[in-house]
Design a protein around this ligand. Structure first.
Ligand code: CA
Ligand code: CA
Length: 93
């Protein structure tokens, strides 16, 4: 597999792992999303200083408003973060 293919597989596996913790296996509820953020994106959670900001972050992920984060919503988060990091890297060099 190419590196990009590996990266895509990791994305799918990571999502599936957390989405399968409880309830619907194809989506992450609030608990699962928080757990994923804590373990996989601790830097992002640290930027959210209080519970209110964490809730806002979770809400902003849920585009269709069904209180669950599906794979496409998860990918939007990851790509938004990737873009932000990429911009930061470009500014540094
Ligand atoms: Ca679930
Ligand atoms: Ca949703």
């Amino acid at each position: 597999m190419t590196q990009l293919e590996i990266a895509m597989t990791i994305l799918m596996k990571t999502f599936d792992e957390y989405a399968a913790m409880e309830g619907n296996k194809d989506t992450m509820n609030k608990t699962e999303t928080k757990c994923m953020l804590e373990k996989e994106l601790p830097g992002l959670l640290m930027e959210a200083k209080n519970q209110g900001e964490v809730d806002k972050l979770l809400k902003s992920l849920d585009f269709n408003g069904d209180c669950e984060v599906d794979f496409s919503e998860f990918v939007v988060l990851v790509s938004a973060l990737t873009c932000a990091c990429h911009d930061r890297c470009l500014q540094k060099s």
